[in-house]
Design a binder for this molecule. Structure first.
Ligand SMILES: [Zn+2]
Length: 141
């Protein structure tokens, strides 16, 4: 991973190597077995990479109320934070819109334009969260 400059809001912008992207996906896939209560037979997982290059996974934890369900992304952010690492530079995607908001807010706090890493038609794409939030709330002041 390397810093490749600043975005238009002057947030740091990073790029992962293909190998780092594949490692992020591998950790995310391996974490699917930890979804609750499905144990791999449902639910979602995610993985984040921090500015130190460490990867933390998260698995969804469902509630019958649905509104109390924790998405894999939120759990991955929490997992990183429990290790004292709140500066995330990349996360696996695609993500639901609730999680895009969470990623966006983390980006605002860290001043890092978090990269959403997705697979599309067999290719890996790295998309800055700012590109996925055309009319964001809160706005950047
Ligand atoms: Zn979500």
């Amino acid at each position: 991973m390397k810093k490749i400059g600043k975005n238009k809001q002057s947030f740091d912008l990073y790029e992962l190597t293909e190998s780092e992207c594949k490692n992020l996906f591998a950790k995310q896939q391996a974490c699917l077995k930890n979804t609750y209560p499905h144990k791999g037979k449902g639910g979602y997982s995610s993985a984040v990479m921090t500015v130190l290059g460490h990867i933390y996974e998260g698995a969804s934890y469902e509630s019958d109320t649905q509104s109390l369900t924790m998405h894999g992304e939120a759990v991955a952010f929490t997992h990183a934070n429990l290790h004292g690492e709140s500066e995330v530079i990349a996360i696996t995607g695609p993500n639901c819109h609730i999680c895009k908001q969470l990623i966006w807010e983390s980006s605002l706090r860290s001043k890092i334009d978090i990269i959403v890493v997705i697979r599309e038609e067999g290719k890996i794409k790295q998309i800055p969260i700012s590109d996925l939030m055309p009319y964001p709330w809160p706005e950047i002041k």
